[in-house]
Design a binder for this molecule. Sequence first.
Ligand code: GRF
Length: 195
Amino acid sequence: MKRVAILISGGGSNMLALVRDMAGDHPARPVLVGSNDPGAGGLAKAEALGIPTAALDHRAYASRAAFEADLADRIDAARPDILCLAGFMRILTPGFIRRYQGRMLNIHPSLLPKYPGLQTHARALAAGDTAAGCTVHEVTADLDAGPILGQARVPVLPGDTEDSLAARVLGMEHRLYPAVLRRFAAGDRTPVLLS
Ligand code: GRF
């Protein structure tokens, strides 16, 4: 049984989707939910499900490296095989990434390599794209550019706003990320493609 740690910064809807799927014949189980924000709503949801949590306020640290050192200690104490970033909004240093590269996944709300970084939905709308979506990729030192493990497409509809498009993409994230984690935990890196 693979052990999965999940890092969040906010409401944790992707974390919930992953946790709910890790049941029955799923080859993995959640062992920790961590956050850089003690106020992240997802922490209470994880606690309610009996999952150990670790909340470290990144603002309380003198440096990014000091925060990441404590975070890595808390992660390693849970002995995870896989680390899932799910709405985790901190940029990680190459040193942290090196500790987990090859077993660290992230979900990004665009069809990478289009729109790495922030404001992905506003950029897709501004470009007049007719399709948008989300990507699960391995985390490497290049931001939002690691090997792709899954993608899901949604249509951009006339009259879409940033919020309506974000909601449509988020719903697809909740399908894509669990499907990718199931496959990845079984040792299969064949990309999952949904639409
Ligand atoms: C969402 O914008 C999602 O697209 C991205 O992270 C944000 C928060 O997601 N992956 P969550 O509800 O905290 O999982």
